[in-house]
Design a protein around this ligand. Structure first.
Ligand code: ADP
Ligand code: MG
Length: 197
């Protein structure tokens, strides 16, 4: 979560710029506000398990972000956290299953699917590429980045960008870009802590 927060902080201007082309130019600010609040709460409450960390971060995103991305990412993290339960350690395969559960919950909440030009176009390939071991973090990062790039020629079918119809074509979806940051942070963290495959 710290690494995601740092990436969001670093890339907030780019996320807002992407959202200015197809939305209302607040995605970077939304993400920064949400992760700043989430990290402050994690620091304060120091949850005892990985599951509790994700659940608390998810709750804070939901309570602090007004835009669509708050409830969507909040649901991803809350559901993933719940799937991990209260165990103190989590292996990569377990994490992958929890993330898959979280991503499916986003699709359900958003009534959306891959191909709609949303965050799901990076999230689904990212989770898939974690592989059977769940530890192919570098592959997941690459797949999420490719997924985000693949949203450029798509026409948006969900979210604000869908109001633009064909004019949404030719721009990367901001939520797909932030989802790629999530997997990049996961890969960097795994590499730094020596758990990468
Ligand atoms: P808002 O659109 O309310 O201003 P943000 O700008 O923070 O919120 O987030 C926009 C992103 O949220 C989009 O780029 C898209 O990836 C994602 N999004 C919006 N609606 C949906 C949906 N129904 N399903 C999945 N993702 C969505
Ligand atoms: Mg927006």
């Amino acid at each position: 979560m710290s690494a995601v927060g740092a990436a969001v902080d670093r890339e907030a201007d780019r996320l807002t710029e992407l959202d200015s082309a197809v939305g209302d130019a607040d995605h970077g600010a939304n993400m920064r506000r949400g992760f700043t609040a989430a990290l402050a709460s994690l620091e304060e409450e120091r949850p005892a398990s990985p599951g509790a960390v994700l659940a608390l971060a998810g709750r804070r995103l939901i309570s602090t972000v007004g835009g669509a991305s708050g409830p969507l990412y909040g649901t991803l993290l809350r559901r993933a956290g719940k799937a991990l339960g209260t165990e103190e350690t989590v292996d990569a395969a377990r994490l992958r299953e929890a993330l898959r559960t979280g991503v499916e919950a986003v699709a359900q909440l958003g009534s959306s699917a891959p191909g709609d030009k949303t965050m799901l176009d990076a999230l689904f390939p990212g989770v898939e590429a974690l592989g059977a071991s769940g530890a192919d973090f570098a592959a997941a990062r690459a797949a999420a980045e490719e997924g985000a790039a693949a949203t450029v020629p798509m026409q948006a079918r969900r979210g604000r960008a869908s109001y633009l119809g064909e004019r949404s074509i030719g721009h990367m979806d901001p939520g797909a870009a932030s989802s790629a940051l999530f997997f990049a942070a996961l890969a960097e963290t795994a590499e730094a802590s020596g758990v990468a495959a």
